[in-house]
Design a protein around this ligand. Structure first.
Ligand code: R2B
Ligand code: URA
Length: 310
């Protein structure tokens, strides 16, 4: 049985397909992936998804639809004239999913519980579909700690709001602690893909992942605030001194669950502001739209490189 604290790395089957750490699934004759509106009893998942190699997650349905259309151009896939990409998970009314050849693009919503549910179902999808060595990316937004808006952060480490590198979860009333470890080789490879002419910098560092956007990230502008501006700046400077370069809300669960599943994962986020200078996301819609493409540009380069597309 699983220990309460797990540290060992999990590997894949000999043929590189994804192993599941839950033998119950193999014993089920039908698995309903409820939140992405798929059903292994009705759909031929190996036929529909067996070729998936890159799974790209981001917060919103619209941004991930845009990414799907962008990556389609980049890898030179075409839809029949007049056709548009289909949201495969539309009937779930939870997450959006688009498939562009070997690239699966999904929205994960906001926060760790939301991305956690999705990752359970995606890892099972990878298993049912017999996908080989898939790599997962989170393409997100974040608040920079000492980094101005419009720049990229690639997470090397992830910590929770107490600066602990674990995902703590209650399971059957007991604390389960999973280390939040990201693939260092992958993050290194991604940061090497920056080009001189890029309009953004790339910082590799530690990401703080919180359960809240306002009080949880030390903002003064929530509906509640029980600390002073001085307290906030002491906290943010303490983070800065500990190489924490950004804050967001999903990377801890993403890192911990990918690591537990033996699936390579990377987190690339664009900063929307420098938290040392403020709390409100005040850039214009146009500027924010432009910035949100930056993680997509980098991930697209990675995908093209691995598909041998110039
Ligand atoms: C970044 O942006 C969202 C909050 O605005 C949250 O999902 C995150 O991690
Ligand atoms: N997302 C966050 O979680 N925090 C920010 O400051 C900006 C985006």
């Amino acid at each position: 049985a699983e220990g309460k604290e797990s540290n060992e790395t999990y590997t894949r089957h000999a043929d590189d397909t994804v192993k599941l750490r839950n033998t119950n699934i193999a014993d089920m004759d039908r698995d309903i992936l409820y939140h992405i509106a798929l059903d292994s009893g009705i759909q031929n998942l190996p036929q529909m998804f067996g070729d998936v190699r890159f799974v790209c997650l981001g917060g919103t349905p619209k941004r991930m639809e845009k990414f799907a259309n962008y990556i389609m151009k980049e890898i030179d896939l075409k839809l029949p004239t007049g056709a548009t990409l289909l949201n495969i998970s539309q009937r779930s009314y939870r997450y959006a999913m688009y498939k562009v050849g070997p690239v699966l693009c999904l929205s994960h919503g906001m926060g760790m519980p939301s991305i956690g549910i999705l990752l359970h179902e995606l890892f099972k999808l990878m298993y049912h579909a017999k996908c080989k060595d898939p790599v997962f990316f989170r393409l997100g937004t974040c608040g920079g700690v000492g980094i101005e808006g419009g720049n990229l952060v690639i997470s090397q480490k992830v910590v929770d709001g107490y600066m602990q590198p674990f995902l703590d979860m209650a399971v059957l009333g007991q604390l389960h602690r999973r280390p939040a470890i990201l693939d260092q080789e992958l993050s290194e490879e991604l940061s090497d893909l920056r080009m001189k002419e890029d309009p953004f910098t790339i910082t590799q560092g530690t990401t703080m992942c919180t359960y809240d956007f306002y009080e949880g990230q030390g903002r003064l502008d929530g509906a509640f605030c029980e600390f002073t501006e001085g307290d906030k700046l002491t906290f943010l400077n303490h983070l800065h001194d500990n190489h924490i370069v950004n804050m967001e809300m999903e990377s801890l669960t993403f890192a911990a669950l990918c690591h537990h599943a033996g699936i390579r994962g990377a987190v690339v986020c664009v900063t929307l502001l420098n938290r040392l200078h403020g709390d409100q996301v005040a850039e214009s819609k146009e500027v924010l739209e432009k910035w949100q493409k930056y993680p997509q540009i980098l991930i697209s380069r990675y995908i093209k490189k691995h598909l041998n597309i110039k």
